[in-house]
Ligand binder design. Sequence first.
Ligand code: DC
Length: 223
Amino acid sequence: MKSGLVIAIDGPSGAGKSTIAGLLAQRLGYLQIDTGAMYRAVALLISRAGIDPSDVAAVERLCSNVDVRLEVVDGVQRVTANGQDVTGQIRTPEMSLMTSRVSALRPVREAMVRAQRVMGCNGRVVLEGRDIGTVVFPDADLKFFLSASPEERGRRRFTELLAKGEQVTLEDTIAEVILRDEQDSRRDLAPLRQAEDAIAIDSSGLAIEDVLSTMEGFVKQKL
Ligand code: DC
């Protein structure tokens, strides 16, 4: 039986979903499910296996017994793929673009959606992604659609990547954000789209605390 809310946070890359979902989950004592990290883990497996994403049969074989898990270790979310911790390898610019391609493939989406439903079906979860409110949990108790301008999202991502020591330029990072928006919104399967009953929040120029308190207000109404 469901004992708490299923909260969906969808939106384009760099809108602040992970930070916000993490903090909201922490305050509520809920589990955070970063579905983007799950797609990234599969993309890494595909890339390490030397599989061309256009080879659907090979992708299907890999997905038929893929095991992607999210665990919190010492307060930090870790991602494992087939038993290996891949947390540190999935967030490079190359893996971002690869994930955007790979996440458009049916076998990948089917495997991940199945795993996400199992993880979320008991409630007390904050799931973040692109299709949580439209496909994974269309009956979620609360749906948010978090966005921000491509320039602001690119700037945030640029700062994150620089802090990690990646060699990137602001121009390239904004271009990558725009390219991923296009790929994620134009695909046939589960494209990035705001659910009709989602609450839209534009985080451009807003502090994290402002976004969180808006969300918490809606959560309180539901509880
Ligand atoms: O949220 P993120 O940037 O870590 O997501 C990486 C990619 O995964 C993104 O380009 C789109 C894809 N994705 C998806 O298709 N569906 C989701 N629910 C989450 C992410």
